[in-house]
Design a protein around this ligand. Structure first.
Ligand SMILES: [Zn+2]
Ligand SMILES: [Zn+2]
Length: 358
């Protein structure tokens, strides 16, 4: 099999032939149909999330099951599946609280050896997936069977960006009809937050991004107002659009402490700020103490859109199939596995919403 492997901080991924390790009794082998190139993979390359190399990257993908282990339940060869970057084991404390996005197996699966390289070294996979490959072996808890005729490139995006963004709006924030929303950072996940806000019936959706392509795409996806941080303080611009109060819900979809503070500043008194972006592991966020008390704002963390993947993947498919969620327009580029390093360059240059390996 071929795979794109993280071999060291700030080095290009190595695209090479590797030998798959034999699947375990609870594993499934999946032929990967499509894989999105997400910013979190880039965070690994830059060392923001410390991960020991070698590791096959990619955590947003879809495919078809080729083989199941003897202890696999409810999945069979030929099933169409979307990979889930946190497993949903179904039996741990969190899964039993309907919080499978916090499943306790999340780290364990990422440590499993999955491929042998030409030099004899053994590679694991990012989040237990490794979708930057043509075939992946994963625990059965890391895939969700879905029924759909949608193209692979759209189903792949449900695996991370769409679920994270739409879930942040519908599950984490629970946006109410008519409310006001600001979204800081309009890449793939930010666009999905905007669409989630639109689906929830938000009255005003303010997209905040310095890149014109992203603001224009945001407008197509439901944003009613566009803010360019290059034109002055974005918190003041958002307040000016909301009678000086700020918005009911502000989403940070970049993962930087300064934009988390901005999202908190954009939320109105009694409003809600949601941290959707993934900050560096060593980062700290400093907030004004008196306001934290007096303004009674809520600050919410949000991992994987607070999604219950076994429930939400098929729900999202329903929204796409009925035309209420537009995932097709989020796909900016279709590329081969060999082009993945260039896809990261395009991402950093702000040239794309999402590149998808097909
Ligand atoms: Zn992702
Ligand atoms: Zn679990």
């Amino acid at each position: 099999m071929r795979a794109a492997i993280f071999v060291g901080q700030d080095q290009p991924l190595s695209i090479e032939d590797v030998e798959a390790m034999p699947p375990g009794p609870s594993d499934v082998v999946v032929t990967v149909g499509a894989s999105g190139v997400c910013h979190s993979d880039l965070s690994v390359i830059h060392g923001y999330v410390p991960l020991p190399p070698p590791t096959i990257l990619g955590h947003e993908g879809t495919g078809v099951i080729e083989e199941v282990g003897p202890e696999v339940v409810g999945l069979k060869k030929g099933d169409r599946v979307i990979a889930s970057f946190t497993p949903a084991c179904g039996t741990c404390f969190w899964c039993l609280q309907d919080q499978s996005n916090l499943c306790e197996q999340s780290f364990a699966y990422g440590m499993i050896p999955r491929a042998k390289r030409g030099d004899g070294s053994i590679s694991s996979t990012f989040t237990g997936l490794g979708t930057f490959s043509d075939v992946m072996t994963v625990n059965q808890a890391s895939v969700v069977k879905v029924e759909s005729d949608l193209p692979d490139e759209q189903l792949a995006l449900i695996g991370c960006g769409v679920t994270t963004g739409v879930g942040a709006a519908l599950n984490t924030a629970r946006i109410t009809p008519g409310s006001s929303v600001a979204v800081i950072g309009c890449g793939g996940v930010g666009q999905a937050v905007i669409q989630g806000a639109r689906i929830a019936g938000a009255g005003r959706i303010i997209a905040v991004d310095p890149v014109e392509l992203k603001r224009k795409t945001a407008e197509q996806q439901g944003a009613t107002d566009l803010v360019d941080p290059g034109q002055g303080d974005s918190v003041s611009q958002v307040q000016a659009l909301t009678g000086g109060r700020g918005v009911d819900y502000a989403f940070e979809v970049i993962g930087l402490p300064e934009t988390v503070v901005q999202a908190y500043g954009m939320a109105r008194r009694g409003g809600t700020a949601v941290v959707v972006g993934m900050p560096r592991m060593d980062s700290q966020v400093t907030l004004p103490g008196f306001q934290l008390f007096y303004d009674e704002k809520k600050l919410l963390g949000c991992v994987y859109g607070s999604a219950q993947v076994k429930r939400d993947f098929q729900r999202l498919i329903g929204l796409i199939e009925t035309g209420r969620l537009d995932v097709g327009s989020m796909v900016s580029a279709r590329i081969g596995l060999d082009d993945v390093n260039d896809a990261f360059r395009a991402m950093e240059a702000g040239e794309v919403i999402r590149s998808v390996i097909v």
